[in-house]
Ligand binder design. Structure first.
Ligand SMILES: [Zn+2]
Length: 417
């Protein structure tokens, strides 16, 4: 099973410059390859491959010699990521790849090989950059692996973990370097412990939960349980607005404005951390309490049109939450089912199937005019989400255990009419 381990690193001034160069250049190559891929297809119907793009790097380097200062594996990785993006898109698992830019906070690059970690002095070696201070707050390897020197070596009495020693065991996968908007640097190391993923646990109606995105609360479950947004997050978001105003009040280019911007960035970081912790807790709780979990495949960009809802959706960071839920499900042998976005989910009575066409966003509760059930709008929607996913499994003819559907790619046409 593969798991990512994230650590904060503290590059010095010179290393920061090198890291920035890597971020920028990887972005440049990615965007360039995206352009080539699109152009070649639209003009000549040619499907450019990863090898083509990597070959093109050579001529790109002649044109822009500064590309040679960058770890070439990181550049090739940008091409790989781009093609993975296209593959995912065509398989229905992601959005069409778009340009990366600073504004979207695209500050990351990957190092597939040749990194080292000095466990004695807590430093990490990245090719073309050097040894950077790292805070290793938790172990990612069994002591046994280290003690038997399977992936480590001793140099001048210091214990060094070397990705190169890893060829046989193949434990260390790609490393990702990233920077947050507040200017913190992290590395995330992907580790494969070669323990197979658990076989998905069987599930039925009673052990499956439907999860609906809340507007006021974080989420609503088909069991009727409401998961509130934590109070501290609300407070932080209020303070965020205040800090944003302060920035706009200060004169452009002034020292005070710079200070206000730094304060704002720091606060963004705080909110990101708080949200991250909260999402970890909630996803863990849902995974441990249920065998299968159903969510709507939200088209977040489509929702941005509805301004109020957009605010709510981006605030809860829903897609990031689904991501956490999905990988935790894999770890614990649970199943994630997704159903397509269907507008009628809140309009359908989960008891008799009557559709209340005139239900508006402001109607929090309603009575079914056919079977007279009183519905809470959101709980009813969550139950529908669950029922549609389970019905869908039956109609697609999956008999017996309905596992193997962990794939979030299960895009369904579970639209109810
Ligand atoms: Zn009804």
């Amino acid at each position: 099973m593969k798991r990512g381990y994230r650590y904060r690193i503290y590059p010095n001034k010179e290393q920061q410059i090198l890291l920035e160069q890597h971020f920028g250049t990887v972005r440049f190559v990615y965007n360039r390859s995206l352009l080539i891929k699109k152009l070649m297809y639209s003009k000549f119907k040619i499907n450019v491959s990863e090898i083509d793009l990597n070959n093109n790097l050579t001529s790109l380097k002649e044109l822009h010699p500064w590309l040679k200062d960058i770890n070439s594996q990181s550049l090739q990785q940008a091409n790989k990521n781009l093609l993975t993006g296209f593959k995912n898109f065509f398989e229905g698992n992601g959005r069409y790849p778009t340009r990366k830019n600073k504004r979207n906070n695209d500050f990351s690059f990957q190092v597939p090989q040749n990194y080292q970690i000095n466990l004695t002095t807590s430093k990490i070696y990245l090719p073309k950059i050097g040894w950077i201070k790292i805070v290793l707050h938790r172990d990612f390897l069994d002591k046994e692996v280290i003690e038997n020197e399977l992936v480590t070596k001793e140099v001048n009495g210091e214990l060094i973990l070397d990705q190169k020693l890893n060829r046989k065991l193949d434990i260390f996968k790609t490393l990702t370097v990233s920077k947050t908007s507040a200017g913190r640097y992290h590395v995330s190391i992907l580790i494969d412990d070669h323990v197979p993923e658990p076989i998905p646990v069987e599930f039925n109606e009673n052990t499956t939960v439907g999860i609906d995105v809340g507007i006021k609360s974080f989420a609503i479950l088909s069991s009727g349980e409401v998961i509130e947004n934590p109070k501290f997050l609300k407070k932080s978001l209020m303070k965020l607005k205040k800090l944003q105003k302060e920035v706009s009040r200060k004169q452009k280019g002034s020292k005070n404005r710079k200070k206000a911007i730094a304060k704002l960035a720091k606060h963004h970081q705080l909110i990101a951390n708080q949200r991250n912790d909260f999402q970890h807790k909630i996803s863990m709780k849902l995974i441990s309490e249920n065998q299968a979990l159903v969510t709507e495949n939200l088209n977040v960009s489509g929702m941005i049109k509805n301004h109020k809802l957009a605010q709510a959706i981006s605030d809860v960071g829903w897609s990031e939450f689904i991501r956490k839920l999905t990988y935790k499900a894999k770890w614990y042998g649970k199943t994630i089912l997704q159903i397509g976005r269907f507008d009628a989910s809140s309009k359908l009575c989960n008891i008799c199937g009557y559709k209340k066409d005139d239900l508006t966003l402001n109607d929090r509760g309603w009575e079914c005019s056919s079977c007279k059930t009183l519905h809470d709008r959101d709980v009813n929607a969550a139950i529908n989400i669950k029922n549609i996913a389970l019905n869908n499994l039956n109609t697609v003819g999956t008999t017996g255990r309905a596992c193997g559907l962990t794939g979030v790619g299960q895009r369904n046409e579970a639209r109810s009419h």
